[in-house]
Design a protein around this ligand. Structure first.
Ligand code: CP
Ligand code: NVA
Length: 343
């Protein structure tokens, strides 16, 4: 951010009230990597969401905020939502997105990740990675002089969780003390949701089969953050008890990308964890149903729940774009350009 300038001078549309300081967050986040939700403080996460709401309300104010900025998406795995929401988001900020398909050529195979980083940083302003190994993302971040963003690894899906809590804030106003229940595999999506939930003061319950609990380091970190924010992280192996009194019930596929060889083994283990009408009946009558998508209809969720009145899955999908636009604006110092964009 240019010295001596305040964001409120440049961006009157951004609500500067309350305890969330977007200007401070932009100073701290400019040039940073987001490999994990742990790379963000609670205040930075709140700032991303606050700006996400603002960008969604007023997209035209930001349409030149990242003029001429270049983003590369390097994906080792399939994607619908993440790819298109990043591409559309960057284009509507005035920047450009280049998609680099790595599905048949995993990063680090043709040349070292460090060498890829040292090339790519010469052409682009931000690198967005979808990988199998989380280490691929942290290694790229260690070597690239431009921000690296995790667009899903085997360990986390931070952009998903940011959009999901943006959606919950939109629906409930505040997520403080909200009872958020995740049912299913303690996977990448679950990890990021636990961390964001803890940062925002939500009570997060995770119900998984034995042997599929979230990673212990994530649980420990989420509990430390939760203690700072007056909320709790609970683990259970009883899915119906986990859904009891929930404001939001969330699930994901039982077989994530890269684990397809475990499909037959996992199917019977995860059957009692299916989100169906009986499980939703244990939650509050006002509860919402959430899923990051893609869904395996009839496996982790029934059609009746996915297509039912409590489902907000397509709001989540839409909000991927708004949350990521806010993230890109903060990582690339995009709010600096707003006055020029409107003149
Ligand atoms: N939720 C999500 O990340 O979807 P895609 O795999 O389609 O990107
Ligand atoms: N857990 C899933 C999420 C897909 C968006 C996977 O990693 O395949």
């Amino acid at each position: 951010m240019a010295s001596g300038m305040l964001v409120r001078d440049l961006a009157p549309e951004v609500d500067m009230s309350g305890d969330v300081d977007i200007a401070e967050a932009m100073k701290r986040l400019a040039g940073k990597d987001v490999c994990s939700i742990s790379d963000l403080t609670s205040g930075e996460t709140r700032a991303i969401l606050k700006l996400g709401h603002e960008v969604k309300r007023n997209p035209r104010a930001y349409r030149h905020a990242l003029d001429a900025k270049q983003m590369v998406l390097m994906f080792e795995k399939a994607s619908l939502r993440t790819r298109l929401s990043f591409e559309a988001g960057m284009n509507t900020l005035g920047g450009n997105a280049v998609f680099f398909d790595q599905t048949n050529s995993p990063l680090g195979e043709r040349e070292s990740i460090a060498d890829v980083a040292r090339n790519v940083e010469r052409w682009v302003d931000v690198i967005v990675l979808r990988t199998y190994a989380h280490d691929t993302i942290t290694e790229m971040a260690a070597h690239a002089r431009v921000p690296v963003v995790n667009a899903l690894s085997d360990f986390e899906h931070p952009c998903q969780a940011l959009a999901d809590f943006l959606t919950l804030e939109e629906h409930f106003g505040s997520v403080q003390k909200l009872n958020f229940t995740y049912v299913g595999d303690g996977n990448n999506v679950c990890h990021s949701l636990m961390l964001v939930g803890a940062q925002l003061g939500a009570n997060v319950t995770v119900a998984t089969p034995r042997g599929y609990s979230p990673d212990i380091e994530i649980v420990t970190r989420a509990r430390e953050i939760a203690a700072e924010n007056g909320c709790e992280i609970r683990l259970t192996q009883d899915p119906l008890a986990g859904a009891e009194d929930a404001d939001a019930v969330y699930t994901d596929v039982c077989v994530s990308m890269g684990f397809e060889h475990e499909s037959t083994k996992r199917a019977p283990i995860f059957r009692p964890f299916q989100v169906n009408e009986a499980m939703m009946a244990r939650a509050k009558s006002s509860a919402v149903f959430m899923h990051c998508l893609p869904a395996r209809r009839g496996a982790e969720v029934t059609d009746a729940v996915l297509d039912g009145p409590q489902s907000i899955v397509f709001d989540q999908a839409e909000n991927r774009m708004h949350a990521q636009k806010a993230l890109l604006l903060l990582l690339l110092g995009g709010l600096d350009n707003l006055s020029g964009a409107r003149s």
